[in-house]
Every structure is written in C-alpha cells, then in structure tokens.
Design a protein around this ligand. Structure first.
Ligand SMILES: *[C@@H]1O[C@H](CO)[C@@H](O)[C@H](O)[C@H]1NC(C)=O
Ligand SMILES: *[C@@H]1O[C@H](CO)[C@@H](O)[C@H](O)[C@H]1NC(C)=O
Ligand SMILES: *[C@@H]1O[C@H](CO)[C@@H](O)[C@H](O)[C@H]1NC(C)=O
Ligand SMILES: *[C@@H]1O[C@H](CO)[C@@H](O)[C@H](O)[C@H]1NC(C)=O
Ligand SMILES: *[C@@H]1O[C@H](CO)[C@@H](O)[C@H](O)[C@H]1NC(C)=O
Ligand SMILES: *[C@@H]1O[C@H](CO)[C@@H](O)[C@H](O)[C@H]1NC(C)=O
Ligand SMILES: *[C@@H]1O[C@H](CO)[C@@H](O)[C@H](O)[C@H]1NC(C)=O
Ligand SMILES: *[C@@H]1O[C@H](CO)[C@@H](O)[C@H](O)[C@H]1NC(C)=O
Ligand SMILES: *[C@@H]1O[C@H](CO)[C@@H](O)[C@H](O)[C@H]1NC(C)=O
Length: 766
C-alpha cells in the first residue's frame, strides 16, 4: 500500500501545482474564513484540519496559499515543500503531526498581511478549503509634542499659572491601521479629537486645556491602533505654579487635648500641601509675626512644606489666634496665600486679685456700714470653687459671715469690729488653686470709754477711749466743786491739771469726749476726783527763834509746796484743848525782810527759799504750827512749843525799856564807853570771831545741814524766786482775815488732834 501511494503521489503533485495556478480562493464560497490580527515582527500560526471525514478515506496533500500563491505543501508519505522566497531566514515552521496542523510564520512584516488559505485533498472526499485573513498591525512612532509655533517640546512645559490654557499638539508618525491619538490626565481622557496632520502619514491631536491642579499633574498623550499592544504613551510634565491648597496646624507636643498650659512650651507644626514652588510658611499670633523658633522643610515629591513652631504660651494668649500662612513667592499675595487659623486655648490656674468695693475708701470701713470685697478672677478652664480667708482661716458660712460665702463677692451687711482683719480669697480650677494677696480691712468706730474712763496720772487727767482712727480732739467738761463748768479742748487725751482754773482742794467733776471724725462719742467718760495725795508733805524741819525782838518760825522748804501757813495755838482756859489764836501765811527769806513784805531769801540750793513768819506774841504753853500748802490744799501742821530760854529772852528785865528809847541810847552809849574800856582786854579775843554771837535760839529737829542752811538764808537775804503763781499768792495772803475769807471751809484750820500734837512736841523737845 505504501508503495502504491508513493507511486501515485508524484504525478498528483505535479498536477495540482499546474491546476491550481489559475485557481483563486473565494472566501465564504470555497470555504470558511477567519480573521487573525497580529503585530509586525510577531508571529502567526495558521491552523488547518487534515483529518479525513470518514475512516476509509485517506489524506493526500495539504497546500497553503498566500493570496492564492502556494507557499507550503505537504503530501504523503512525507514530502514537504516551502516557497524559498517566503521561507526566508527559516521563518516558516510546520507541525503536521498534530491535529489541526499548524504552520507558523514568524518575523511578520507589513507584506505578510494577506488572505491565506489551506487546501486539503483526500483520496475519496472532496477537497477542503479554509481561509485565514491575516492582518499585520504596524505600530506607530511614539507620540511627541509641538507647541503653537511648531517647535518641538520635550518632556516639560511651563511654567504656567493655575487656570492658564495649555495649547499643545501631540503628533504620531505612521502606524497601520492609523492610530487614535488621545490626551489623558491620569487615566481620564481629556481630548480624543485626533485627525490627520498636514504632514503625510502623521496624525495629531491638538489640546486646549485650562490647567488646574488636578489635570496638570499627570498629562499624557496616548497613541493606539490595536488591542494587541498597549497604547504608546508620551508623558508631559507641566510646571504649574500653585498655591497651597491645604494648610493645617497640628500640635505635636505640649498640649493636653488641644489645650495649652500657660508657661509650658508647646510644639506645633504647620503642613502646607500642594504648593509649587516651595511656599514660605509664616506664623502669626494675633497679627504679630513670630519670627523666632520656627523652621521649615520642603518635600518636593509631595509638594509638602512643614514648619515647626515652638510656642511658649502666656496667660494673655488665651483666645488669641495662631495662624500659619503659606505664601507662594512667585504668585501675587492675594492668589498665592492660604492659611490655617486656630484659636489658642491656654489654660492656667486662676489669677486672683482681691479688692474692696464701694465708697472709694481703699481698706477701711466704718462700723455698721456694709463691707463688700471682690475676688477678681481670671481662669481657664472655668472656676470650680472660691474660698475666702479671714486672718488666714477659711471662712465658713454662718456666724458673722452670712450664708453666701462661695461667690466672687463677700458681702457683710453691717461691718463690726470683728470683721477687721486680713482677708484673702482663693480660686480653684482644674489647673490648680491660687490664693490672692492679703488685704487688711480696718473697721473704724466712734470713740467709747474704756474700763478706766478718766484717770489721774500724776498731775494730769487722762481720757481713756477706744476708737479707730485714734481720736484727734478731746472735749473736756470740768467742774471744781462750787465753781462754774469749764470747757476745754485738747488735741491729746492728756489734760494737765494746771489748765484748770480755780482751786482743786475739793472734788473735781470731770468728763471727756473724744472725736475721731467717724462719729461722735455716744457717752462721755465721767469721774469725780479728789487731789489730797497731791498736797505737800507736812513740814518736817522747823524751829522757833527769837530774833530782832520777835518770835519767828522758820522751816526747811517742803517739796511741791507753793505757800506756807503759820498758826499759834493757845491752851483753852475752860477745857484742855488747844484753840487757834491766830494764823498767817508764811513769807520767805530773812527775819526783818519778812515784816517789810519784800522778797524773801532764797537758798542757793534746790530747796528754794525758806519759809519763815513772825509769830507775834507767844506765851508760855502756846504752840506754833507750820504747814505747807499748794493748790490742792495744805498738809497737817508741825507744832512746836517755844522753850523757856526763848521765853525768858523775850521777856526782858525792867531796864530794857531804856534801851528802847532815845534816852536809853545815850545812856547806853555812856555805858558802852565804860564797857569799852573795861573790856578792851577782851576785845582782842573777840575781834577774831567773824560773826556776832547769834541770839538765843532753841533748835528743834534740825540737823546740822538744815541749820547751816537756815543760817545762810538769814545772812544773805537772797532775792526770792517767785515765778510760781502759788508763791505770789502766799505773799498776798499776809493777813489772817483776808486769807480766811478766801478759803473754803474745808481748807480751814482744824484743831490739831491732841495726840499728834503731843507726839510732835515730845519729839521736838528731845
Ligand atoms: C510566536 O510568538 C510568541 C509570542 O509573540 C512566542 O511566544 C512564540 O515562541 C513564537 N513562535 C515562534 C514559532 O516563533
Ligand atoms: C524553511 O527553510 C528551512 C531552511 O531553509 C527549512 O529547514 C525548513 O524546513 C523550511 N520550512 C518548511 C516548512 O519547509
Ligand atoms: C481581510 O481583512 C481586512 C482588514 O484586516 C479587510 O479589509 C478585508 O476585507 C478582509 N478580507 C476578506 C476577504 O474578508
Ligand atoms: C487638609 O488636610 C487635612 C488633614 O491633613 C484634612 O483633614 C482636610 O480634609 C484637608 N482639607 C482639604 C480642603 O483638603
Ligand atoms: C480649653 O481647654 C479646657 C481643658 O481641656 C476645656 O475645659 C475648656 O473648655 C477649653 N476651652 C475652650 C474655649 O475650648
Ligand atoms: C525643626 O524643629 C523641630 C522641632 O524643634 C525638629 O524636630 C526638626 O528636626 C527641625 N527641622 C529642621 C529642618 O531643622
Ligand atoms: C526634588 O528635589 C531633588 C533635589 O533637590 C531633585 O533631585 C528632584 O528631582 C526633585 N523632585 C521633583 C519631583 O521635583
Ligand atoms: C512733787 O511734784 C512732782 C511733780 O508732780 C512729783 O513727781 C513729786 O513726787 C512730788 N513730790 C512729793 C514729795 O509729793
Ligand atoms: C474749849 O473752850 C473753847 C473756848 O475757850 C471753846 O471754843 C471750845 O469749843 C472748847 N472745847 C471743848 C471740847 O469743849
């Protein structure tokens, strides 16, 4: 059978070649046709089924034609042929074994586009024809760009401003079938209006595109003429000036939530996106440019600028606006700026200030007036609590404070002295508690007597009142008993007694009222005084002398005495009591000077002039008394009794009369001459004595110092210093009667109690 096939094949082959020369394949009529598209340079596989329709039939020959020209054949048993002009570079490969048989043409060129068909002959069955319409696609050149002036543009155009219209042509050379040219922004087609250009075999698409941030970012031109290959893309970079489109401030650290803390630094950063070129980021705090503590970085791939700001917020910055302004340096400021503005929330523990409200008086209030204090508070976050402090102790509701003590105002309807003291307030919020300074409130009140009222201190009256402010005027009402009321005003609470006129030997009714300009004193301080303790001491050292023909009483001065009185007491004949015989004031100075009423002698020492007085007629058994006086009255008298010696000296012998008269003087002169002769011997001895022998004097209770003092007074007759008012009154009261008439009954002599008298007398007699 193989042999027969071989024999019959050759003539058939030749026949076929000849026969088919004039034969043309008619698609659809001679056999089915399929379409195949393929790329230039690629390959295409043509399939053809060569199995016979029935099992008893047999395949004879298969021939492939291109446009009716044979390019390949295969016949049994194993004869293969290919057209050498077509099978160049061994580009034709056949696989006859598998079914359907496959013939692959590689390195396809434009010329390979043709109608191919295969013809299969069988021994019995009719010839089979299958057509394949092969289209070879030729890709176009990559697109390129030309501007309006037909200048070629490579890669990058611009710069443009936002909104400018970009006019640009995209051109493509060649391509079969002719390509479609489209403009894309990203994946969005923005222009598909392509067409043929003036240049042959070149197609173009001219773009008119108002540029925006969105469409300019990824602009490209695409050319495509087959689905077999992806479009050919040319990317265009557009340099577009853009303002930042999103500026935002964020806190990096130093905040709690979005709240800042006064005094603790915080870091903010501002991000500006989408600006080209790099924007300038500036920080503003309430329209104040912050130039320090910020830096800026730029990330050109994402068009993001970042600026950090270190901010140290103060209390005053609460509520302030913080702005980050991104300015594009190449654009007009009104177009190129964008900003983010945030309001600062600066928290701080309260700021507290205490003050007194009302009447303009800073820190004082008059008793019974209202007292109103205000706690001036600034706080963020808002206050949670207010506390008031009085003398550093927290004020609790109730008592002198009323019930409302938790508001910003502390109100006391009627201030009392208990409300005077130190006040402060404290405010608390979530950030802490702050205590205010202390304000010292003084409560003024009118004067009122203290427990003491008026007191006598030494020789002054003191008015004891409580008052705030300290009173500056004191009104005195003074009434020595038996006299008119005297009204005096002083600027201090002390009134010296010497400002009161009239004697103070008896009682004095005194009242005082103070004034401190707050209100007048409601009740005057009142008291009645006696001044016995201010009277002088009883004279302690006195003597009686018989001098210049009369009895005299002399005393050592007593402190604080302004005048002295002398008295003579005589034993009553009817009963055993002493009766006042006469009384007189004592003068000062030496014996006779006293009688003349002139100035008394004054000691050179501190004791002042010695008081002395003539006693007049003194009998045996009489007693003489001396007492010291001042305006507060007189002391008890010191009583002395003249001694026998003195009495004898005072009671002269009978011839004494002659000595007193002119005759007596003559006789006396004669006697003196005689005596002179007789005593001439003695004279020398007597001449040495500087002093005349003193008269016979009984000295009582005098020590040596006092004696010496009294003697000196008598000798020198120093002029008395009588600056004291009381001194002159002592002189003027020369007569008993006139002094007595002026004196009050309580100042009168009282009979000295016998026991006292005797005691003194006994002492003096020792
Ligand atoms: C035909 O082309 C495809 C892809 O293009 C390739 O994988 C294949 O090897 C080619 N065949 C021949 C026979 O060249
Ligand atoms: C094409 O030519 C090469 C060498 O010239 C040959 O080896 C190959 O078999 C031919 N192809 C076919 C299908 O005949
Ligand atoms: C073959 O395909 C081309 C386009 O690829 C077409 O123009 C032609 O008419 C087709 N031929 C037939 C016979 O279908
Ligand atoms: C700006 O950016 C922030 C986050 O960075 C975003 O939440 C906001 O929506 C953006 N605003 C605009 C207008 O894009
Ligand atoms: C500020 O922050 C504080 C604490 O976070 C908050 O209580 C308060 O309400 C904030 N104030 C404003 C005006 O946002
Ligand atoms: C800017 O300041 C921040 C905070 O101080 C810092 O973290 C950052 O590194 C600084 N950047 C530059 C570029 O200096
Ligand atoms: C960003 O800047 C770097 C150098 O500064 C440059 O090499 C790079 O090309 C720039 N990138 C863009 C997208 O402009
Ligand atoms: C005399 O008066 C002064 C002043 O008043 C007083 O200090 C003194 O004690 C008085 N002397 C006597 C002895 O009373
Ligand atoms: C003593 O006699 C006098 C008159 O000589 C008289 O004034 C006085 O009252 C008498 N005193 C007494 C206690 O009787």
């Amino acid at each position: 059978m193989g042999r027969r096939m071989r024999l019959t094949a050759a003539p058939l082959y030749i026949f076929l070649l000849i026969c088919t020369c004039g034969y043309a394949f008619i698609p659809g009529v001679d056999g089915p046709v399929s379409n195949v598209e393929t790329l230039e340079g690629g390959n295409v596989t043509l399939f053809c089924d060569s199995t016979p329709d029935s099992a008893d039939d047999e395949f004879m020959i298969l021939v492939w034609y291109k446009n009716n020209m044979p390019i390949y054949s295969f016949e049994i048993p194993n004869k293969q042929w290919s057209e050498p002009s077509f099978n160049t570079s061994s580009r034709l490969q056949a696989d006859i074994r598998s079914q359907p048989t496959a013939v692959t043409i590689s390195s396809l060129s434009e010329e390979d586009q043709a109608m191919y068909h295969c013809r299969v002959d069988f021994r019995l069955s009719p010839t089979r024809n299958v057509g394949i319409n092969v289209t070879v696609v030729v890709l176009p050149s990559p697109p390129f760009f030309m501007d309006e002036m037909s200048n070629k543009v490579t890669g990058r155009v611009g710069p443009y401003h936002d909104g400018d219209t970009l006019v640009l042509r995209c051109l493509v050379i060649g391509g079969r079938p002719p390509p479609r040219i489209s403009w894309y922004s990203g994946d969005t087609m923005v222009d598909a209006s392509d067409g043929d250009s003036e240049i042959p075999a070149v197609r173009e698409n001219e773009l008119y595109l108002p540029l925006t941030r969105d469409n300019a970012a990824a602009l490209s031109c695409r050319a495509q003429n087959t689905e077999l290959a992806p479009p050919i893309v040319a990317v265009l970079e557009v340099e577009l000036y853009l303002p930042a489109y999103n500026v935002s401030i964020h806190w990096v650290r130093g905040t709690v939530g979005d709240a800042l803390r006064a005094g603790s630094p915080a870091l903010a950063h501002c991000t500006a996106r989408g600006s080209y070129p790099q924007p300038e980021l500036s920080w503003w705090l309430d329209r104040k440019h912050l130039t320090h503590h910020s830096n800026q970085s730029w990330f050109n791939s994402s068009l993001t600028a970042i600026s950090f700001l270190e901010l140290n917020p103060a209390v005053g910055d609460n509520g302030a606006t913080l702005a980050c302004v991104a300015t594009n340096p190449v654009m007009a400021p009104n177009r190129g700026s964008n900003a983010d503005v945030i309001t600062l929330n600066v928290t701080y523990s309260p700021m507290v200030d205490i003050m007194k409200l009302g009447d303009g008086k800073l820190n004082d209030v008059v008793e019974l007036d209202p007292l109103q204090l205000k706690c001036d508070i600034k706080a963020n976050p808002p206050l949670e609590r207010i506390r008031w402090y009085f003398n550093d102790i927290e004020i609790k509701a109730g008592g002198i404070w009323g019930d409302d003590i938790s508001s910003e105002k502390l109100f006391v309807e009627e201030a009392t002295r208990a409300h005077a003291g130190r006040y402060s307030c404290a405010a608390e919020n979530a950030m802490g508690e702050t205590r205010s300074d202390t304000i010292v409130i003084t409560v003024f009140y009118p004067p009122e007597c203290t427990g003491h009222g008026i007191r006598l201190v030494k020789e002054s009256l003191h008015c004891y009142v409580k008052a705030l402010p300290i009173p500056d005027t004191f009104f005195w009402h003074l009434q020595p008993s038996g006299f008119e009321v005297q009204h005096l005003t002083t600027g201090s609470p002390i009134l010296p007694l010497d400002q009161i006129t009239g004697p103070l030997g008896d009682t004095l009714r005194a009242s005082c009222e103070a004034n401190n300009d707050v209100a007048s004193q409601e009740e005057a301080c009142d008291r009645t005084f006696t001044f016995e303790h201010l009277r002088p001491q009883q004279p302690q050292q006195c003597d009686i002398a018989y001098e210049f023909g009369e009895f005299q009483m002399r005393c050592v001065p007593v402190e604080n005495a302004t005048y002295y009185e002398v008295s003579v007491w005589r034993m009553s004949e009817s009963n055993a009591s002493l009766v006042l015989e006469r009384r007189a004031s004592m003068g000062f100075g030496g014996g006779r000077a006293l009688a003349a009423g002139g100035a008394g002698g004054a000691g050179a020492g501190a004791r002042g002039p010695a008081p002395r007085a003539a006693l007049g007629r003194v009998r045996r058994g009489d007693e003489a008394g001396a007492r010291a006086c001042n305006r507060y009255g007189c002391s008890r008298p010191l009583l002395l009794r003249p001694s026998d010696t003195l009495l004898r000296a005072a009671d002269p012998p009978w011839w004494h009369v002659f000595l007193e008269k002119d005759v007596g003087i003559s006789i006396g002169a004669v006697i003196l001459v005689a005596v002179f002769i007789i005593s001439s011997v003695l004279l020398l001895r007597l001449a040495r004595r500087p002093r005349r022998k003193p008269p016979v004097i009984q000295v009582l209770q005098l020590d040596d110092v006092a004696r010496n003092y009294l003697d000196n007074i008598a000798e020198h007759k120093v002029r008395a210093s009588c600056s004291l008012r009381s001194c002159s009154s002592g002189y003027s009261d020369a007569s008993v009667e006139s002094a007595g008439a002026r004196r009050k009954p309580w100042e009168r002599w009282e009979p000295p109690p016998p026991d006292v008298t005797l005691t003194l007398h006994r002492e003096s007699a020792v």
